[in-house]
Design a protein around this ligand. Structure first.
Ligand code: TXA
Ligand code: MG
Length: 345
């Protein structure tokens, strides 16, 4: 059984010490970061790292992020630090930015799936900070979900996926950002955004200039129909249909798709902006408002919990609206596109 320690009211140093002991002893501890919960192991212990892949059911070719307590520990796991890394670290670490850098020999091959680069992050969350500091070792941690499921933003989500498969769970309540960190590859020129996330691309570009994109989500001319085009990730159990476009056109589209699904006898859930809810009052659907359109922070924070909640209600299909590609909108769109079996515009 997985033990859950409650740190929501206060960060008990004895609880942290216990978690740190487990990490140093080669065990697995799930812990909150400000983005999503991570599933941690000692990053310098290949056997411990192997347990992460087993617990998650994660394929070995998907590398992990190494978490450090402070920027000055970067040389423990990286072979070199280009000036641009130091510049980015000064502004965005601790925080929701992950940098891909040349890997130090000390990092076992299974952490990086055999790559010569390593992904590094300094989380800001006080529980993550306390755990890494007390353990005294870098902590490799992917999101604490079973492979292919949405990332956990609460301790309950972690238990839904991993109860009995990990030693300990530190419960710090709901995470504040709600989508994963931004992954920026500094081993390529120009720096390349591998995953949009908690730090918006615009904020990076304001500091370092142009950042290249590797994914199609920033493009409003995305293909009309993209089933199977993007790797299926972050997926709820229900089928997810993403409707691109701006309101009110996107709401008309959603109404149409929902009407068709209901006519087919399917149970329907909707992921919307708060202001959209009034348009769907008369439909027999489970409609969730993720937040206001102007407050993408709350939309991001509620996104995964919304998918899990609709799954919990047993809907057959989730129809989600798009929130644009500005700021956190890009990360929200990326996650919705990966979860979607069908994207309509
Ligand atoms: O917010 C987050 O980043 C959370 C918290 C726990 O820190 N972690 C997380 O880890 O989302 P994970 O494993 O779910 O996603 C890590 C991403 C993957 O897309 C992986 O391919 C990429 O980082 N990555 C890791 N190492 C890499 C490397 N050496 N080169 C390129 N991509 C890498
Ligand atoms: Mg993940």
């Amino acid at each position: 059984m997985t033990q859950r320690l409650d740190l929501r009211q206060q960060i008990d140093p004895q609880h942290i010490a216990r978690a740190a002991d487990i990490i140093r002893g080669g065990g697995l501890v799930a812990f909150p970061t400000e983005t999503v919960y991570g599933l941690g192991a000692n990053a310098l212990d290949a056997e411990a790292v192997e347990k992460i892949f087993v617990a998650k059911g994660r394929p070995p070719n998907d590398p992990l992020i190494v978490h450090l307590a402070a920027v000055d520990e970067l040389p423990r796991v990286t072979a070199s630090l280009p000036p641009i890394a130091i510049e980015l670290a000064r502004v965005f670490m601790p925080g929701a930015l992950t940098l891909v850098l040349p890997k130090a020999n000390a990092v076992p091959a299974n952490v990086t799936s055999g790559l010569n680069s390593v992904a590094v992050r300094v989380p800001a969350h006080p529980i993550a900070q306390a755990l890494i500091q007390t353990a005294g070792v870098p902590i490799a941690a992917p999101s604490a979900n079973r492979f292919g499921r949405t990332s956990p933003t609460t301790a309950q989500h972690v238990l839904e996926d991993l109860d009995g498969r990990i030693d300990l769970l530190l419960d710090g309540g709901a995470t504040t950002i709600g989508v994963e960190s931004t992954v920026l590859d500094l081993t390529r020129t120009p720096p390349t955004l591998l995953r949009p996330g908690g730090v918006p691309r615009e904020d990076l570009e304001a500091l370092i200039g142009r950042v290249a994109l590797t994914h199609g989500e920033a493009n409003d001319n995305a293909p009309q129909l993209s089933p199977g085009l993007l790797s299926q990730h972050y997926a709820p159990h229900a089928e997810l249909v993403l409707c691109l476009g701006e309101s009110p056109a996107v709401l008309e589209k959603i109404k149409q798709v929902a009407g068709q699904a209901l006519a087919d006898g399917r149970r329907v859930g909707l992921l919307l902006a708060n202001d959209d809810l009034k348009w769907f009052g008369e439909l027999p659907v489970s409609a969730l408002g993720l937040g206001n359109e102007e407050d993408l922070g709350s939309v991001a924070r509620n996104l995964y919990a919304g998918m899990r909640a609709l799954d919990g209600q047993g809907v057959d299909v989730i129809i989600a609206r798009d929130f644009g590609n500005v700021g956190l909108g890009l990360a929200i769109r990326d996650r919705l596109m990966r979860a979607a079996t069908l994207t309509l515009r």
